[in-house]
Design a protein around this ligand. Structure first.
Ligand code: GLV
Ligand code: GLV
Length: 313
Protein backbone atom coordinates (compact mmCIF):
# COMPACT_ATOMS: atom_id res chain seq x y z
CA UNK A 1 0.00 0.00 0.00
CA UNK A 2 1.21 3.47 -0.88
CA UNK A 3 1.95 5.61 2.14
CA UNK A 4 -0.44 8.45 2.74
CA UNK A 5 0.54 12.10 2.45
CA UNK A 6 -0.11 13.92 5.70
CA UNK A 7 -1.21 17.53 5.54
CA UNK A 8 -1.97 20.11 8.23
CA UNK A 9 -5.02 22.30 7.69
CA UNK A 10 -6.16 25.17 9.92
CA UNK A 11 -9.02 23.93 12.07
CA UNK A 12 -11.21 26.92 11.17
CA UNK A 13 -11.34 25.69 7.56
CA UNK A 14 -13.14 22.41 8.31
CA UNK A 15 -16.41 23.91 7.08
CA UNK A 16 -15.06 24.11 3.52
CA UNK A 17 -14.05 20.46 3.20
CA UNK A 18 -17.57 19.68 2.02
CA UNK A 19 -16.75 21.51 -1.21
CA UNK A 20 -13.75 19.42 -2.27
CA UNK A 21 -12.91 15.77 -2.88
CA UNK A 22 -10.14 14.57 -0.64
CA UNK A 23 -8.13 11.91 -2.37
CA UNK A 24 -7.77 8.68 -0.42
CA UNK A 25 -3.99 8.97 -0.26
CA UNK A 26 -4.21 12.25 1.64
CA UNK A 27 -4.56 12.37 5.41
CA UNK A 28 -5.73 15.65 6.94
CA UNK A 29 -4.89 16.75 10.44
CA UNK A 30 -6.50 19.89 11.77
CA UNK A 31 -4.45 22.52 13.48
CA UNK A 32 -6.17 24.64 16.13
CA UNK A 33 -5.39 28.35 16.09
CA UNK A 34 -3.67 28.44 19.46
CA UNK A 35 -1.73 25.20 19.08
CA UNK A 36 1.85 25.22 17.86
CA UNK A 37 2.61 23.37 14.64
CA UNK A 38 3.35 19.77 15.66
CA UNK A 39 6.51 17.98 14.65
CA UNK A 40 5.96 15.37 11.98
CA UNK A 41 6.37 14.14 8.44
CA UNK A 42 3.71 16.49 7.07
CA UNK A 43 4.22 17.41 3.43
CA UNK A 44 1.68 20.20 3.17
CA UNK A 45 0.42 23.06 5.34
CA UNK A 46 -2.71 25.18 4.76
CA UNK A 47 -2.60 27.97 7.37
CA UNK A 48 -4.63 31.09 8.12
CA UNK A 49 -3.03 34.51 7.74
CA UNK A 50 -2.78 34.75 11.52
CA UNK A 51 -0.17 31.99 11.73
CA UNK A 52 3.43 33.04 11.29
CA UNK A 53 5.41 30.52 9.22
CA UNK A 54 9.06 30.95 10.08
CA UNK A 55 12.22 29.00 10.72
CA UNK A 56 11.01 27.58 14.04
CA UNK A 57 7.89 26.19 12.35
CA UNK A 58 9.82 24.76 9.42
CA UNK A 59 12.28 23.08 11.80
CA UNK A 60 9.37 20.92 12.97
CA UNK A 61 8.33 20.03 9.42
CA UNK A 62 11.40 18.60 7.70
CA UNK A 63 9.34 16.90 4.96
CA UNK A 64 7.29 19.97 4.10
CA UNK A 65 6.88 20.65 0.37
CA UNK A 66 4.26 23.38 0.25
CA UNK A 67 2.56 26.13 2.27
CA UNK A 68 -0.78 27.11 0.74
CA UNK A 69 -1.68 30.34 2.54
CA UNK A 70 -5.42 30.98 2.97
CA UNK A 71 -5.08 34.67 2.04
CA UNK A 72 -3.89 36.88 -0.77
CA UNK A 73 -1.51 38.67 1.62
CA UNK A 74 1.50 36.68 2.75
CA UNK A 75 3.34 38.87 5.21
CA UNK A 76 2.89 35.97 7.67
CA UNK A 77 5.27 33.81 5.61
CA UNK A 78 9.04 34.06 5.88
CA UNK A 79 9.69 33.62 2.17
CA UNK A 80 13.46 33.67 2.55
CA UNK A 81 13.40 30.63 4.81
CA UNK A 82 10.81 28.86 2.66
CA UNK A 83 12.93 29.36 -0.47
CA UNK A 84 16.12 28.29 1.29
CA UNK A 85 14.43 25.02 2.25
CA UNK A 86 12.84 24.45 -1.13
CA UNK A 87 9.30 24.72 0.22
CA UNK A 88 6.83 26.07 -2.35
CA UNK A 89 4.29 28.71 -1.29
CA UNK A 90 1.02 30.00 -2.71
CA UNK A 91 -1.61 32.62 -1.89
CA UNK A 92 -5.21 33.19 -3.02
CA UNK A 93 -5.22 36.12 -5.46
CA UNK A 94 -8.02 36.95 -7.92
CA UNK A 95 -10.80 35.01 -6.20
CA UNK A 96 -11.13 37.65 -3.48
CA UNK A 97 -10.50 40.77 -5.55
CA UNK A 98 -14.13 41.76 -6.14
CA UNK A 99 -15.33 41.02 -2.61
CA UNK A 100 -12.47 43.03 -1.14
CA UNK A 101 -13.10 45.92 -3.53
CA UNK A 102 -16.79 45.91 -2.54
CA UNK A 103 -15.92 46.02 1.14
CA UNK A 104 -13.48 48.86 0.49
CA UNK A 105 -16.36 50.79 -1.06
CA UNK A 106 -18.55 50.00 1.90
CA UNK A 107 -15.92 51.73 4.04
CA UNK A 108 -15.58 54.67 1.64
CA UNK A 109 -19.33 55.25 1.79
CA UNK A 110 -19.55 54.63 5.52
CA UNK A 111 -16.71 57.03 6.31
CA UNK A 112 -17.84 59.79 3.95
CA UNK A 113 -21.44 59.66 5.23
CA UNK A 114 -20.64 58.97 8.90
CA UNK A 115 -22.53 55.71 9.06
CA UNK A 116 -20.88 54.57 12.27
CA UNK A 117 -22.00 57.62 14.21
CA UNK A 118 -25.37 57.59 12.45
CA UNK A 119 -26.05 53.98 13.30
CA UNK A 120 -25.14 54.50 16.94
CA UNK A 121 -27.36 57.59 17.09
CA UNK A 122 -30.34 55.74 15.59
CA UNK A 123 -29.94 52.82 17.99
CA UNK A 124 -29.75 55.11 20.97
CA UNK A 125 -32.87 57.00 19.86
CA UNK A 126 -30.94 60.25 20.25
CA UNK A 127 -32.18 62.10 17.21
CA UNK A 128 -34.82 64.00 15.36
CA UNK A 129 -34.52 65.03 11.76
CA UNK A 130 -32.39 68.12 11.50
CA UNK A 131 -30.95 69.84 8.44
CA UNK A 132 -27.42 69.89 9.83
CA UNK A 133 -27.39 66.55 11.59
CA UNK A 134 -24.55 64.17 10.64
CA UNK A 135 -23.46 65.95 7.52
CA UNK A 136 -20.96 64.08 5.41
CA UNK A 137 -19.36 64.91 2.09
CA UNK A 138 -20.40 64.46 -1.52
CA UNK A 139 -18.20 62.11 -3.48
CA UNK A 140 -18.95 63.62 -6.86
CA UNK A 141 -16.07 65.66 -8.24
CA UNK A 142 -13.59 64.49 -5.64
CA UNK A 143 -10.46 62.43 -6.11
CA UNK A 144 -9.88 58.89 -4.92
CA UNK A 145 -6.16 58.21 -4.43
CA UNK A 146 -5.15 54.56 -4.63
CA UNK A 147 -2.01 53.60 -2.83
CA UNK A 148 -1.19 50.56 -4.93
CA UNK A 149 -2.84 49.60 -8.21
CA UNK A 150 -2.60 45.83 -8.10
CA UNK A 151 -5.66 43.70 -8.70
CA UNK A 152 -7.57 44.96 -5.67
CA UNK A 153 -6.55 48.60 -6.10
CA UNK A 154 -7.68 48.55 -9.72
CA UNK A 155 -10.98 46.87 -8.84
CA UNK A 156 -11.61 49.63 -6.29
CA UNK A 157 -10.74 52.25 -8.91
CA UNK A 158 -13.09 50.74 -11.48
CA UNK A 159 -16.02 51.26 -9.13
CA UNK A 160 -15.30 55.01 -8.84
CA UNK A 161 -16.66 56.56 -12.08
CA UNK A 162 -20.38 55.94 -11.36
CA UNK A 163 -19.91 57.88 -8.12
CA UNK A 164 -18.32 60.75 -10.01
CA UNK A 165 -14.91 60.33 -8.39
CA UNK A 166 -11.71 60.92 -10.31
CA UNK A 167 -9.00 58.34 -9.71
CA UNK A 168 -5.29 58.86 -9.13
CA UNK A 169 -2.86 56.11 -8.19
CA UNK A 170 0.62 55.59 -6.89
CA UNK A 171 2.38 52.37 -7.84
CA UNK A 172 5.85 51.32 -8.96
CA UNK A 173 4.21 49.78 -12.01
CA UNK A 174 2.28 51.87 -14.51
CA UNK A 175 -1.14 50.45 -15.42
CA UNK A 176 -1.91 51.89 -18.87
CA UNK A 177 -4.99 49.71 -19.46
CA UNK A 178 -6.42 50.84 -16.13
CA UNK A 179 -5.63 54.45 -16.98
CA UNK A 180 -7.43 54.32 -20.29
CA UNK A 181 -10.36 52.29 -18.96
CA UNK A 182 -11.36 54.83 -16.32
CA UNK A 183 -9.16 57.86 -16.92
CA UNK A 184 -6.99 57.10 -13.90
CA UNK A 185 -3.89 59.26 -13.48
CA UNK A 186 -0.60 57.90 -12.20
CA UNK A 187 1.24 60.06 -9.67
CA UNK A 188 4.91 59.25 -9.23
CA UNK A 189 5.51 60.63 -5.76
CA UNK A 190 3.63 59.42 -2.74
CA UNK A 191 3.50 62.92 -1.23
CA UNK A 192 1.88 64.23 -4.41
CA UNK A 193 -0.77 61.52 -4.35
CA UNK A 194 -1.52 62.26 -0.70
CA UNK A 195 -1.84 65.98 -1.45
CA UNK A 196 -4.15 65.36 -4.43
CA UNK A 197 -6.62 62.90 -2.94
CA UNK A 198 -9.77 63.55 -0.93
CA UNK A 199 -9.96 59.85 -0.11
CA UNK A 200 -6.82 57.72 0.14
CA UNK A 201 -7.31 53.95 -0.02
CA UNK A 202 -4.47 51.54 0.72
CA UNK A 203 -3.89 48.51 -1.53
CA UNK A 204 -0.23 47.62 -1.20
CA UNK A 205 1.18 44.50 0.40
CA UNK A 206 2.74 44.69 3.83
CA UNK A 207 6.50 44.22 3.48
CA UNK A 208 9.65 45.77 4.92
CA UNK A 209 9.19 48.54 2.33
CA UNK A 210 5.61 49.38 3.26
CA UNK A 211 5.61 48.86 7.04
CA UNK A 212 4.73 52.23 8.57
CA UNK A 213 4.47 53.78 5.11
CA UNK A 214 1.67 56.07 6.31
CA UNK A 215 3.01 57.85 9.38
CA UNK A 216 2.61 61.30 10.87
CA UNK A 217 4.41 63.04 7.99
CA UNK A 218 2.28 61.30 5.36
CA UNK A 219 -0.95 61.99 7.21
CA UNK A 220 0.22 65.59 7.47
CA UNK A 221 0.71 65.66 3.69
CA UNK A 222 -2.92 64.70 3.11
CA UNK A 223 -5.55 67.34 2.39
CA UNK A 224 -7.25 68.85 5.40
CA UNK A 225 -10.46 66.94 5.98
CA UNK A 226 -9.41 63.95 3.86
CA UNK A 227 -10.45 60.36 4.49
CA UNK A 228 -8.16 57.33 4.88
CA UNK A 229 -9.30 53.79 4.11
CA UNK A 230 -7.26 50.65 4.85
CA UNK A 231 -8.35 47.17 3.77
CA UNK A 232 -4.79 45.91 3.15
CA UNK A 233 -2.71 45.36 6.31
CA UNK A 234 -2.67 47.30 9.56
CA UNK A 235 1.11 47.53 9.75
CA UNK A 236 1.17 49.89 6.77
CA UNK A 237 -0.32 52.69 8.90
CA UNK A 238 1.11 54.17 12.10
CA UNK A 239 -2.00 53.81 14.24
CA UNK A 240 -0.99 56.32 16.92
CA UNK A 241 -0.39 58.92 14.22
CA UNK A 242 -3.79 58.08 12.70
CA UNK A 243 -5.49 58.55 16.07
CA UNK A 244 -3.84 61.96 16.40
CA UNK A 245 -4.88 62.98 12.88
CA UNK A 246 -8.49 61.99 13.55
CA UNK A 247 -8.56 63.72 16.91
CA UNK A 248 -7.12 66.99 15.60
CA UNK A 249 -9.58 67.02 12.70
CA UNK A 250 -6.77 66.84 10.15
CA UNK A 251 -8.62 63.83 8.82
CA UNK A 252 -12.38 64.02 8.59
CA UNK A 253 -12.84 60.29 8.94
CA UNK A 254 -11.24 56.92 8.32
CA UNK A 255 -12.31 53.35 7.68
CA UNK A 256 -10.24 50.36 8.79
CA UNK A 257 -10.65 46.66 8.22
CA UNK A 258 -7.15 45.73 9.38
CA UNK A 259 -4.96 46.47 12.40
CA UNK A 260 -1.33 46.34 13.37
CA UNK A 261 -1.85 43.81 16.12
CA UNK A 262 -4.97 41.79 15.27
CA UNK A 263 -7.29 40.91 16.86
CA UNK A 264 -6.44 43.74 19.24
CA UNK A 265 -7.60 47.22 18.34
CA UNK A 266 -5.91 49.99 20.22
CA UNK A 267 -8.02 52.15 22.53
CA UNK A 268 -7.46 55.44 20.74
CA UNK A 269 -8.95 53.88 17.59
CA UNK A 270 -11.94 52.53 19.47
CA UNK A 271 -12.55 55.95 21.00
CA UNK A 272 -12.50 57.87 17.69
CA UNK A 273 -16.12 58.63 16.70
CA UNK A 274 -15.21 59.45 13.10
CA UNK A 275 -13.67 56.06 12.45
CA UNK A 276 -15.40 52.99 11.05
CA UNK A 277 -13.90 49.80 12.49
CA UNK A 278 -14.42 46.41 10.88
CA UNK A 279 -12.96 43.07 12.04
CA UNK A 280 -10.92 42.09 8.95
CA UNK A 281 -13.84 41.00 6.75
CA UNK A 282 -12.58 42.17 3.35
CA UNK A 283 -13.04 38.80 1.66
CA UNK A 284 -15.82 37.57 3.93
CA UNK A 285 -18.54 36.42 1.57
CA UNK A 286 -19.73 32.83 1.36
CA UNK A 287 -18.69 32.44 -2.25
CA UNK A 288 -15.31 34.10 -1.87
CA UNK A 289 -14.24 32.22 1.23
CA UNK A 290 -15.21 28.98 -0.48
CA UNK A 291 -13.27 29.91 -3.64
CA UNK A 292 -10.26 30.79 -1.51
CA UNK A 293 -10.39 27.34 0.05
CA UNK A 294 -10.77 25.56 -3.28
CA UNK A 295 -7.80 27.47 -4.67
CA UNK A 296 -5.64 26.92 -1.58
CA UNK A 297 -6.52 23.21 -1.57
CA UNK A 298 -5.60 22.85 -5.28
CA UNK A 299 -2.29 24.51 -4.56
CA UNK A 300 -1.73 22.21 -1.60
CA UNK A 301 -2.40 19.09 -3.67
CA UNK A 302 -0.16 20.28 -6.50
CA UNK A 303 2.57 21.17 -4.05
CA UNK A 304 2.62 17.81 -2.30
CA UNK A 305 2.84 16.11 -5.72
CA UNK A 306 5.62 18.37 -6.91
CA UNK A 307 3.44 19.92 -9.63
CA UNK A 308 3.46 23.63 -10.50
CA UNK A 309 1.20 25.66 -8.20
CA UNK A 310 -1.76 27.57 -9.65
CA UNK A 311 -0.92 30.77 -7.81
CA UNK A 312 2.66 30.55 -6.57
CA UNK A 313 4.19 33.38 -4.58
C1 GLV B 1 -6.86 38.86 3.74
O1 GLV B 1 -6.52 39.82 4.38
C2 GLV B 1 -6.06 38.29 2.73
O2 GLV B 1 -4.89 38.66 2.59
O3 GLV B 1 -6.59 37.42 2.01
C1 GLV C 1 -3.84 42.70 -4.65
O1 GLV C 1 -3.61 43.80 -5.11
C2 GLV C 1 -3.61 41.43 -5.29
O2 GLV C 1 -2.44 41.12 -5.58
O3 GLV C 1 -4.60 40.70 -5.56
Amino acid sequence: MRSRSRVLVADELKHFLQFIDVSSDVEIEFLAADDPVPEGDYVGLLPLLSRRIDEAVLDRLPQLRVVANYAVGYDNLDLGVLRARGVAASNTPDVLTEATADLTWALIMAASRRLGEAERRAREGEWRWHPTMLLGIDLRGRTLGLLGAGRIGRAVGKRAPPFGLKVAYWDRVAQPAFESAIGARRIEKLADLLAAADIVSIHVQLSSETAGLIGAAELGAMKDGAILINTARGGIVDEEALCAALESGKLRAAGLDVYENEPEIRDCLKRAPNLILLPHIGSATEGTRRSMFELAWSNLMRGIRGEPLLTPI
